[in-house]
Design a protein around this ligand. Structure first.
Ligand code: SF4
Length: 576
């Protein structure tokens, strides 16, 4: 049996998203500027930090295989990070050329005559997050940063209460957990500072927040789920840079969320739907609602003759400022989506994620100079955050998402009041609940559960005649076909990465109380409810999993624990 190796770094970033890569790059520049400033001084070399080793680990098979977003980029953080980004070839060339907002009825639409300021995207870029991440990673590598793809962090390493690094997952382990002939023990990565940017509901972040607990004084985080397809259009029917947001059908007035159509580049269109959890219906299926949305005549017209080039899904942390946990603990900081850096009013988070990584990098730099990695020293990160434009931006929308708990109309009223009162609204801090706590039991909803993914949405029936085929696999695809377009793959002979902590709860209580909502909310058909000896229980097709984390978030009993599979497995997103 091979021994587990240990590698040491000064600073370790977990997750090569925009937060982690921006942080790693910024830190390398801070160290370089510091060392240059001291060179040639009266005591040349004195006080230099010297070579600082920075590493980034990423669980995807390539650095951007799991990068997934809408996305419109506010360029503010990128401008601060790399002022000559355009000259260096940053893939942000498609500037927004026009904003549109439509309210959809079942078959019609009303176009808004004006665009509310938060949704005015003038000056921003429509991007592929995957391309941006790939470019940022190349910039990092040119600056000596070590990036390890196919490497998942599975466990935090502690020295007492201080985080001292991360254990990476083994490779070559069979279904029963036994080493196979190709077994490779995961490396222990030891670092003076570990920075967690694992995306929404990161595994290590969840353990850290729960263990200490860093969320003692904040609102619970509340997540929506976003489902997106990327389409190649056959002609120039929409100008590159055109941005359209839709409200209404199929979400109606009760479900927080809406559709988006972002014309990313010449003939490439991102089309997606975001669905919040507040409606509480355990049979809500975001993928099915997305298909209903695509059946709307407006979307049908836009996608006519187009070919699908990608699919994916992702949980979106919408809780805002009041749902952010404590950002530091001894030896560790939390950045990006893992720490809830997202402005749900502006539908943007990439610039905030990047800024959070940069602020954490500045705190890590100061900690390296002080040779102090305690939480007291790392508090410089939240201090810098509170002095930054990122905090001011999130403060202005601190109650936004919570205002939508009773539906769209009251949400719009609360949103208007909050804009007038600088983000306050009726109360200084609107309460919220964790996403799964909104879920109602079957007896509390007034209809029978539908068959998963085989019938039109029970809440908002399709505008097509009932004789129409549910899936035509041209415009409207079933989950498994969509998963094919996400490039997802997992080694089959490995332990299942979806840990159901008490399967009896699924068979007995959940079937009766909630109707096994995992079969609906999973956008990748991972959970199939089958007849078993003593009832119905989930059969888990884990190889379909697109790593959206919805099951870990939405399971009403909180008994699904998502852990990283073997490094390199999961979606194979291409420029999503
Ligand atoms: Fe998302 Fe969980 Fe389904 Fe994977 S199994 S795709 S994490 S809901």
């Amino acid at each position: 049996m091979r021994e587990r190796e240990t590698l040491e770094f000064d600073v370790l970033f977990v997750g090569a998203g925009p937060a982690g890569l921006a942080g790693a790059y910024h830190l390398s520049q801070l160290v370089r500027s510091h060392n240059r400033a001291l060179e040639g001084g009266p005591a040349a070399g004195a006080g230099r930090l010297g070579e600082i080793s920075i590493a980034v680990i990423e669980k995807g098979r390539e650095v951007n295989s799991h990068a997934f977003s809408g996305a419109i980029l506010d360029l503010r953080a990128l401008r601060e990070l790399i002022p000559d980004f355009a000259g260096r070839g940053a893939p942000v060339e498609t500037r927004v050329t026009g904003d549109h907002i439509c309210y959809l009825t079942r078959t019609g639409k009303f176009s808004s005559p004006f665009i509310p300021p938060p949704l005015n995207n003038h000056g921003h870029s429509v991007i592929s997050l995957g391309k941006l991440v790939g470019w940022l990673a190349a910039e990092c590598e040119q600056n000596g940063i070590n990036i390890f793809a196919e490497t998942s962090g599975v466990e935090l390493l502690f020295d007492g209460d201080r985080v001292m690094g991360v254990r990476c997952g083994d490779k070559g382990v069979d279904k029963q957990g036994n080493p196979k002939a190709n077994h490779e023990p995961g490396v222990d990565l030891i670092a003076k500072v570990t920075i967690l940017g694992e995306g929404p509901r990161g595994t290590l972040t969840k353990r850290l927040i729960g263990g200490y607990p860093l969320d003692r004084t904040c609102n619970p985080q509340v997540y929506s789920i976003g489902v997106k397809e990327t389409w190649q259009l056959p002609d120039d029917r929409i100008q590159a840079g055109t941005v359209t947001h839709t409200l209404g059908y199929p979400l109606g007035r009760t479900i927080f969320g809406g559709g988006f159509l972002y014309m990313r580049s010449h003939r490439v269109l991102d089309a997606g739907l975001v669905v919040g959890p507040e409606h509480g219906d355990p049979t809500t299926d975001p993928h099915r609602l997305f298909n209903d949305w695509k059946r709307h005549p407006m979307i049908v017209g836009l996608l006519k003759g187009a070919s699908l080039i990608g699919y994916g899904a992702k949980a979106i942390p919408e809780g805002g400022l009041f749902s952010q946990p404590k950002l530091v603990h001894d030896g560790v900081m939390i950045i990006g989506d893992s720490a809830g850096f997202l402005n749900s009013q502006r539908l943007k988070g990439i610039h905030l994620a990047m800024k959070s990584g940069m602020l954490a990098a500045e705190a890590a730099f100061e900690a390296l100079l002080a040779r102090d990695f305690s939480s007291v020293q790392l508090e410089r990160y939240p201090e810098k955050y509170r002095e930054s434009w990122a905090y001011r931006e999130l403060y202005r929308v601190r109650n936004f998402h919570q205002g939508f708990q009773a539906g769209l109309l009251t949400g719009i009223l609360h949103g208007g009041l909050q804009m007038i009162t600088g983000g306050r609204g009726l109360w200084s801090r609107y309460p919220t609940k964790a996403s799964h706590e909104y879920m109602k039991k079957l007896p509390d909803i007034s209809r029978a559960a539908p068959e998963p993914s085989s019938a039109p949405s029970p809440l908002f029936p399709s505008p097509l005649p009932s004789s129409a085929k549910q899936f035509d696999n041209t415009l409207v695809l079933d989950k498994v076909t969509d998963v094919y377009h996400s490039g997802t793959g997992h080694e089959e002979d490995q332990p299942c990465h979806l840990h159901v902590l008490d399967i009896n709860v699924c068979k007995d209580r959940c079937t009766r109380e909630f109707g096994n909502p995992c079969q609906y909310f999973c956008p990748a058909a991972v959970y199939e409810i089958v007849d078993a000896d003593r009832g119905r229980m989930p059969f888990i097709n884990f190889s379909n999993c697109v790593h959206c984390k919805t099951c870990d978030i939405m399971d009403p009993y909180q008994i699904i624990d998502w852990v990283p599979p073997q490094g390199g497995d999961g979606p194979g997103y291409k420029n999503m």
